[in-house]
Design a protein around this ligand. Sequence first.
Ligand SMILES: [Zn+2]
Length: 428
Amino acid sequence: MAESNPAQANGASTAPAAPPLAAYTPRYIDIGINLADPIFRGRYHGKPRHPDDLTAVVGRAAEVGCTKLIVTGSSFKSSRDALKLAKEFPGTVFATAGIHPCSSSIFSPAHHKHHDESQSEGDDAEHTPACDPDPTQPIADGDGDGVDHARSAHIIADLAALIAQARASPAPAGARALVAFGEFGLDYDRLHYCAREVQRHSFAAQLALAASLDPPLPLFLHSRAAHADFVRLLKEAFGPRLERLARGGVVHSFTGSVAEMRELMDLGLYIGVNGCSFKTAENCEVVREIGLGSLMLETDGPWCEVRPSHEGWKYLVEWEAKAKAADEAAAPVVEAAVEDGPGRRRKKQQPQPQPQGKKNQKKASEVPDRYKVVKKEKWEEGAMVKGRNEPCTIDRIAKIVAGIKGVSVEEVCEAAWANTVKVFEVDA
Ligand SMILES: [Zn+2]
């Protein structure tokens, strides 16, 4: 048994017929992975740095039990690319289609590029927007140049056509390709990409389109430092209890407050958690309060990896220490366990230093990487690239959530799996 189950340890009743935890093979659906980003093809800021290793990324995900990937569409181009990937990996990759708040300057008259980004944009514009505010980019104030309403009507018509076309052409063997409307929403942490007014217009216009779809699609939503406007616009589109939001939705990469999270849960929305959700003690308190019935897991790769400096890291250290103790107590049992999948690399018999007060490097060594990690300049086959988060790290998200909530990894994985299948129907 490689992980604790406090409920059992405390004598709380669990189903007596349940198989031993060591026999549990975790399964994951990464609900937010930006695989359409050229970084997964070896391109960084417009320059090729190493071979296209997207297939290996999908393979590593499968090895850890992450067998379904919902690839985020955040612009016309990335939505089309995500849909192409869904056809390349039918039944494994699924796509969303929408316009991210950081890509919403296309609604503004100042945006000189044609809104149909079938041509690659500039070096940096081709990457998906990072999850975090960029400290090198000051947040612009003011409301920019406003909204170009004629252009907006074109954009929404094009998005409606893209969605209709995607729904009419499933992936091979009848697998679904498009499973959600999004990623869209509001991001007031990053106004340098798009002013508030234009973001609000983009969100409201896409919500109106989402509300008009028949049959409707679930929503893949983004909300950063914009909770009040975010909820207000959702209610304007779907009713005060979101009663007209027939297929539900997830607010991904959640980093808001407990009160904000509760309001979203009360509205029936799901909460997506990734490495950015564990940065501070306050973040972890929010995660503790997310009901398992509202939880979904994601990596948001290539961004949002869990780092040793994050508050949540200590739960990984704890998990490793418990796994090691289990190794020592019952080596044959753990050897037979498939919990962590093949290829797991754990340093043997090293003393485990206490996590508190240690430097990040030391903390990092306490949680071994499953795969070798190399710099992109030293890319090699089978290795992960330093700083490029991948779906195969989603086990870390589940372990940290389990540690924070004091439940087993199995409970976290199974709840998130069931929630995701219910909303996005990726199991059909
Ligand atoms: Zn996002």
